[in-house]
Design a protein around this ligand. Structure first.
Ligand SMILES: Cc1cc2nc3c(=O)[nH]c(=O)nc-3n(C[C@H](O)[C@H](O)[C@H](O)COP(=O)(O)OP(=O)(O)OC[C@H]3O[C@@H](n4cnc5c(N)ncnc54)[C@H](O)[C@@H]3O)c2cc1C
Length: 387
């Protein structure tokens, strides 16, 4: 039997769940298909928390971040659940660090986002948990905080169903045929027909693109988050300790206590390339050593016994920019790839994908994220993962 839908969403991680919600909210008959169980830990979107911030290196991202807060607020209202927790955000690092704060400050000024520049003395006064040299400076932006990641994905799924979407887990898509406007999707013995397809396959994006004879140079890496139990957790509680990013190479970032009785710290893009179908889940001792050394040096009172280590995947484009586009030869297919920093935008990107699929156009500026930009056509592109 063939079922008919207006929009089929392939992949119900952070972004695909957002797309299913926004497409159903627009009144479309939506089918979402997920190969694993909902909320699984095989992809990119599990665990309690992700950083959300207006502070970004370029104005187009700052504007998108402003829209992202609004998208989460809409979901919070529909799902009757708080999902964004403002803690304040600190972009902190040596003045000659690999990631210049100047570009972040310029981009926020461009978009009228208020922020403060802090010198080392002021950082120590406000956040004495940081052990830093006098050469360290920081940007503080008051809206930085946490998106409750796994709860947000579950809220998207719940709200999508409330708006009438059908979501199936343990249903891998194995075949897609686009007969010029009418798409047939096969998944675990199901066959459905749809006018529009949204692809949000995360680490499996290259497999999904292969259905359309397309390829983009992606690197999937195995990253990890580490939770440390501080002897005195009080200074690291939500409301007292900000989210922070260390703006150097290597770059680290971290969170107050949230979801676990421990402080979460991770290295950005420090993991090794893997195949998402054969990867292991064991921690990488090299990352563990780097993260532990950083915490011991710069957050010594947070350093305590390891409470948990979780591994998670990044799907990296060579320029670290997202892909959010319709496929050039299949304009009824919209796709997004999150480049390892997209959870904060998951609801917004979901909304944009729903707009691209249903209306063919979005009011959001996604001009930098096209799938046929020159670097994505290179076989061995230069890689810039520091942003
Ligand atoms: C350790 C770590 C820390 C991070 N920190 C931050 C942060 O602080 N802030 C931030 O904004 N971002 C952060 N990110 C990045 C962010 O989490 C990801 O960009 C985002 O979660 C990507 O979501 P996704 O939906 O594209 O991928 P996924 O969540 O992996 O979803 C893809 C889904 O597609 C499904 N799928 C694939 N192929 C098929 C198929 N054939 N049939 C059916 N289903 C299929 C998969 O099973 C999966 O569920 C972090 C990521 C990691 C790993």
């Amino acid at each position: 039997m063939t079922e008919d839908f207006d929009v089929v969403v392939l992949g119900l991680g952070g972004i695909g769940s957002g797309a299913a919600y926004w497409a159903a909210r627009k009144g479309a008959r939506v089918l979402g298909l997920e190969r694993f169980e909902l909320g699984h830990a095989n992809g990119e979107s599990h665990d309690h928390s992700r950083i959300i911030r207006r502070s970004y290196h370029a104005p187009n991202y700052v504007r998108l971040a402003n829209e992202a807060y609004a998208a989460w607020a809409q979901l919070e209202s529909d799902a009757a659940e708080q999902l964004v927790f403002k803690t304040g955000g600190l972009d902190i690092g040596p003045k000659d660090g690999a990631i210049a704060l100047q570009g972040y400050a310029d981009a926020m000024r461009d978009c009228d986002v208020p922020f403060e520049m802090l010198d080392a003395a002021e950082i120590r006064r406000r956040f004495p948990m940081f052990e830093i040299h006098d050469t360290v400076h920081a940007i503080f932006q008051e809206d930085g905080g946490i998106v409750a990641a796994q709860r947000a994905t579950a809220a998207h799924q719940r709200a999508a169903r409330q708006w009438g979407a059908t979501l199936h887990d343990r249903t891998p898509v194995t075949a897609i045929h686009d007969a010029g406007g009418e798409i047939t999707v096969e998944a675990a013995g199901r066959r459905c027909r749809t006018g529009k397809l949204v692809v949000a396959a995360g680490p499996w994006s290259d497999r999904a693109l292969a259905h359309f004879g397309m390829h983009v140079p992606l690197e999937v890496t195995k990253e990890q988050v580490m939770y440390f139990t501080p002897r005195d957790p009080a200074p690291f509680e939500l409301g007292r300790f900000p989210i922070w990013i260390w703006m150097d190479d290597p770059s680290f970032y971290g969170f107050p206590l949230f979801g676990e009785p421990a402080v979460k710290v991770t290295q950005d893009a420090g993991g090794k390339a893997i195949d998402p179908d054969t990867r292991g889940f064991e921690p990488d001792p090299d990352i563990s050593a780097r993260v532990s050394a950083f915490v011991q040096q710069h957050l010594p009172t947070a350093f305590g016994p390891e409470h948990l280590v979780k591994t998670c995947l990044y799907t990296l484009t060579p320029d670290r920019d997202f892909v959010i586009d319709r496929l050039p030869e299949h304009p009824n297919v919209a796709l997004a790839i999150g480049a390892g920093h997209a959870f904060k935008f998951a609801s917004l990107i979901g909304r944009i994908l729903a707009e691209l699929a249903i209306d063919g156009i979005t009011p959001s500026d996604i001009s930098a994220f096209s799938i046929d930009r020159p670097i994505l056509k290179m076989e061995a592109p230069p890689k810039t993962y520091m942003v």
